[in-house]
Design a protein around this ligand. Structure first.
Ligand code: GLN
Length: 440
């Protein structure tokens, strides 16, 4: 009867006519791509050098567009409108559960990275507004995220539908443009922080970071932190669970039209990412931290506004990212049960509690980017779309030995290589990095 229910559901949904224009869909998808990932890109560039970074960013953008092609083609065969349903179509219930779990993991990671920005930046904002530099309890980020979670995020997460979603996406996109312009401007008025501390003894973070050369642009460089580059870039391009819903909403939908939406969005974000990374890197060079905003002066009014803008955008995005997790959890634990407020509320409370706990104990946003970028991002971008494509497009249409399928197999393999490589390197970096920094 579950299957029958699903079919009726599908038939009803087939009458659904998308109403979103081409331009608006580009806007929505760009918003799905753009997030906290942009703050880590300058750090990634500092640890690869300009040339290697540009190569990696370009490759990831192209592969990300190809992945959307695979998703659209699989969805086109049967008219599917959600990532999890593709899993269901390919492998039945286990496939659906797998997809739901990976999306849950990914979105918990995204939520953590957003709250992490609040933890780091809100104290700076408050301190910027205070006349003195004293350490009040309310400039402690750990307390602040709990307060923000309870007072702002939880009420929004309790709404039945996120009606304000359309407004915030416009707002967060404009915040990021403001951020981008400020990063470019700051490059020309900021001196590299290492420039005057040459003679002081600066405690170096690792044996590879010598103070000299900290203020020059490197074209290619490799160090232990290079391990985080591919995960950070992959994290920044994740938008794949959003692609099919946006496709369903598109006016006059066709695969070609949606691919165009995807290509334009990815290209735009690619340019934004590249400009942020280059100008952020050329401001602070080797000193840049994994959260770019942290580098800027704490007493500067322009940067105070940028911080505030990014902070509001990020805070309003947390409930948006929470909704798909709750949907996945509800589908896994309580399938076929009707809406109930107790479930709706308790899942949100538990998720927020978990994410707060995570963010309080994680020392560095790099570790969130790294972990999510090494596990769920390659799964969502490479492995699942490739496998779904191979399973869903029938053998009669495209035999396993045809070119598109072989390409898809290669794509999945690449995803596994990225995943295993990133996980290994990151574990090595975590273990040895702890050792060299005295294990705190
Ligand atoms: N893992 C994600 O969902 C990442 C979302 C988005 N690409 C970002 O940069 O924040």
């Amino acid at each position: 009867s579950g299957e029958y229910f699903l079919n009726v559901h599908f038939l009803l949904e087939y009458n659904f006519v998308g109403k979103t224009s081409f331009g608006m869909s580009i806007f929505n998808l760009s918003n799905a791509i753009l997030g906290s990932g942009i703050l880590g890109l300058a750090y990634a560039m500092a640890n690869t050098g300009i040339i290697l970074f540009v190569l990696l960013l370009t490759s990831m953008a192209i592969l990300s567009a190809y992945s959307i092609h695979l998703l659209l083609k699989s969805a086109g065969v049967v008219g599917i409108r959600a990532y999890e349903q593709l899993g269901n179509r390919a492998f039945g219930r286990p496939g659906k559960i797998l997809a739901a779990c990976i999306i849950t993991l990914n979105n918990i990671g995204a939520m953590s990275s957003y709250l992490f920005i609040v933890k780091i930046e809100l104290p700076h904002i408050i301190q910027g507004l205070l006349p003195d530099n004293s350490d009040y309890w309310f400039v402690d980020g750990r307390y602040l995220i709990i307060i923000i979670s309870v007072l702002v995020i939880l009420p929004l997460a309790l709404m039945k539908r996120l009606g304000y979603l359309g407004y915030t996406s416009g707002f967060s996109l404009s915040c990021m443009v403001f951020f981008l312009i400020s990063v470019i401007y700051k490059k020309f008025v900021t001196e590299c922080p290492g420039e005057h501390s040459y003679n002081k003894t600066v405690p170096t973070e690792s044996i590879y970071n010598s103070t000299d050369g900290m203020c020059e642009a490197k074209l290619i460089t490799i160090n232990p932190q290079t391990a985080f580059t591919i995960p950070i870039i992959a994290f920044a391009f994740v938008c794949h669970p959003e692609v099919l819903p946006i496709y369903t909403e598109l006016k006059n939908p066709s695969k070609k039209r949606m691919q165009k939406v995807a290509n334009i969005s990815i290209l735009t974000m690619f340019v934004m990412y590249l400009v942020t990374a280059i100008f952020g890197y050329l401001t602070f060079y080797g000193n840049v931290k994994s959260e770019l905003l942290e580098m800027y002066s704490k007493k500067d009014t322009l940067m105070l506004c940028v911080r505030l803008a990014v902070l509001i955008a990020v805070t309003l995005t947390v409930p948006v990212v929470l909704f798909p997790i709750r949907r996945a959890v509800l589908q896994l634990l309580f399938p076929d049960k009707p809406f109930h407020w107790v479930r709706h509320i308790s899942i949100a409370v538990c998720l927020l509690f978990l994410v707060n706990l995570l963010v309080i104990f994680v020392p560095n946003i790099r570790d969130i980017f790294g972990f999510i970028g090494a596990t769920s991002a390659p799964s969502l971008i490479f492995i699942l779309p490739g496998i779904f494509y191979i399973c869903i497009v029938p053998e009669e249409q495209e035999p396993l030995k045809s070119r598109p399928k072989i390409q898809a197999i290669a794509f999945v393999t690449l995803g596994f290589i990225f995943m295993i490589m990133s996980i290994t390197f990151i574990i090595i970096e975590w273990v040895t990095g702890k050792k060299t920094s005295g294990g705190h």
